[in-house]
Design a binder for this molecule. Structure first.
Ligand SMILES: [Zn+2]
Length: 278
């Protein structure tokens, strides 16, 4: 699933390509991809609106319009790709969003979990369920704020806590596993067991991993592509994710376990399961 670095890569790629463009009437090949309002009204209302800016919150992509907001979530297999006039889109096409100048955006989604929401106001994100999201981990959380947030959830285990989009928004399985490995914390450690130094180390590891992920244009393990349909390269730099049985830098074999229902990769030597300071 695309996580923060992938969605940020799409955002950075899309903004210069589509800012100031005006939508014409969308074509729905799979109306179920339209989550709000109902599909006919979505098409009617989007027509004629101009894109002002492309923003992101967690894993949501936000196209700010001259009136309202077009929200896109890619979930498992969604792609939002920009094409010039005449370029044919590839498979699993669900929604075509044409612009007045003949170029278009297309939304494809093999597994159909992704979706688009057209909201009337930036101040009411509830139709897209975004009002409950935690702060964006990359844009809105400082080290101090992160330590405070950890203290509010002392009994929560790190892996599910960091995946919880209501706690902080943007992280998914890949970047959580990589961050925990980088600061040598076991995925099952409880947030309240971390020393202040460990909390800071975790925050810095998350920042560093996200920055590297963005610099590499994201991780293309399966379906993810950027705004131009290109793959990212962070998959070549993964230290633990998807590497069960491979050797860690320390020489131990990477293990895979399941934490709160999610496949979790870690190094049993670097990330020893121990209690933190009392
Ligand atoms: Zn190791």
């Amino acid at each position: 699933m695309p996580e923060l670095p992938e969605v940020e890569t799409i955002r950075r790629g899309l903004e210069p390509l589509i800012a100031n463009k005006v939508f014409t009437r969308p074509v729905l090949l799979f109306p179920g991809s339209i989550r709000h309002p109902e599909p006919d009204r979505f098409c009617e209302q989007l027509e004629g609106r101009r894109i002002i800016a492309v923003k992101r919150h967690g894993k949501y992509l936000l196209l700010e319009l001259d009136c309202g907001l077009l929200v896109v979530h890619l979930r498992m297999t969604g792609r939002l790709v920009y094409l010039e006039k005449g370029e044919p889109p590839s498979g699993h096409l669900r929604v075509v969003l044409p612009f007045q100048d003949g170029s278009f955006l297309y939304f494809s989604d093999m597994r159909k979990f992704g979706g688009l929401w057209l909201l009337e106001s930036k101040d009411d994100l509830s139709p897209a369920g975004m009002h409950r999201l935690g702060p964006d981990i990359y844009e809105q959380v400082t080290e101090e704020k992160f330590l405070e947030l950890l203290q509010k959830r002392p009994r929560a285990r790190l892996k599910p806590l960091l995946l919880d989009q209501l706690f902080v928004a943007g992280l998914g399985n890949i970047y959580v596993d990589e961050s925990l490995h980088r600061c040598r914390l076991h995925p099952c450690r409880e947030a309240g067991s971390l020393s202040r130094e460990e909390g800071k180390a975790l925050f810095r590891a998350i920042r560093a991993v996200l920055e590297e992920g963005i610099r590499c244009g994201g991780t293309s393990s399966r379906d993810y592509r950027d705004a131009r349909g290109e793959k990212g390269t962070f998959q070549e730099r993964l230290a633990v994710y998807g590497r069960k049985g491979c050797l860690c830098r320390c020489g131990a074999a990477i293990e895979r376990t399941v934490v709160a229902g999610r496949g979790t990769y870690y190094c049993p030597r670097c990330q020893e399961e121990k209690e933190g300071p009392p």
